[in-house]
Design a protein around this ligand. Structure first.
Ligand code: URA
Length: 251
């Protein structure tokens, strides 16, 4: 929905081409064959304008399958180890975990921030630039929690150092914002960050003489990685999931 609350409309061929269903000519062939159906009735004119409402995926069928989520979609993905948050680097990419057609969408899906190749856990993706910026904006203070496994035993002073707001990372000139730490075991802890600097968790532990051997993000704001979302799987976010991202934080 636009800011003014008006439902945006798009030509049917433009909408489906932007969602990766083919060229406008190919969409014309699909509609001509009666294979694009809205509310049970075939749409014959590929140049007719369609209100792009969030429920379109429940109302439109393309070539016998429900329409993909229309533009304005957000996903939560359980990022496995070994895939990169990039559109163009070599090797397996997070976008390769999505259906092929979704990789041809315009606007494209982008990750909300990044996780390192060797970090697993909750990763959000969206094609909604305004939502993406709202989540990463420092004003929203969306906290991120990481489960950390370390190479060497914790000494007991880590929580105080991370909470101090004075820890400097190598090569930087501004101290880190305070980080909350929960110690779970000799070599395991959870840290909750209120900012996202490059390789922050690994560099925080390196700064105090330890080494992260495994890193997993299990929470963004008030949204936890669902237990039943397997590594490599994704789920379309509903309004409640999006509100949860902004919940659990002071205003
Ligand atoms: N901190 C890191 O070091 N790596 C991540 O992927 C996220 C936070």
């Amino acid at each position: 929905m636009s800011k003014a609350g008006k439902v945006p409309t798009l030509r049917l061929d433009r909408l489906l081409a932007n969602m990766g269903y083919g060229s406008r000519r190919e969409i014309g062939l699909l509609t001509g064959a009666g294979l694009v159906v809205l509310d049970g009735a075939p749409l014959r004119d590929s140049d007719q304008r369609i209100p792009v409402t969030p429920d379109l995926a429940q109302r439109m069928v393309v070539d016998g399958e429900p329409l993909d989520p229309p533009p304005g979609v957000a996903l939560m993905l359980h990022k496995p180890l070994g895939v990169t948050c990039s559109h163009k680097e070599a090797g397996p990419l997070v976008y390769g975990l999505l259906p092929d057609r979704w990789r041809r969408r315009d606007p494209a899906l982008s990750t909300v921030g990044r996780l390192d190749k060797e970090t697993s856990g909750l990763l959000l993706l969206t094609d909604d630039g305004a939502l993406l910026h709202r989540i990463i904006s420092p004003k929203a203070n969306v906290a991120k929690r990481y489960q950390v496994t370390l190479d060497r035993p914790l000494k007991g002073n880590e929580a105080a150092i991370f909470a101090s707001g004075t820890l400097m990372l190598e090569g930087e000139d501004k101290p880190l914002l305070p980080v909350e730490t929960e110690v779970h075991g000799e070599t395991s802890a959870a840290v909750t960050l209120h900012e996202g600097r490059y390789h922050q968790v690994r560099r925080m532990f390196a700064a105090i003489g330890n080494h992260v051997v495994a890193l997993h993000r299990d929470r963004i704001g008030g949204l936890a990685l669902p237990d039943d979302l397997a590594a490599g799987a994704y789920r379309i976010m509903g309004e409640a999931d999006i509100s949860a991202v902004f919940g659990g934080n002071p205003a």
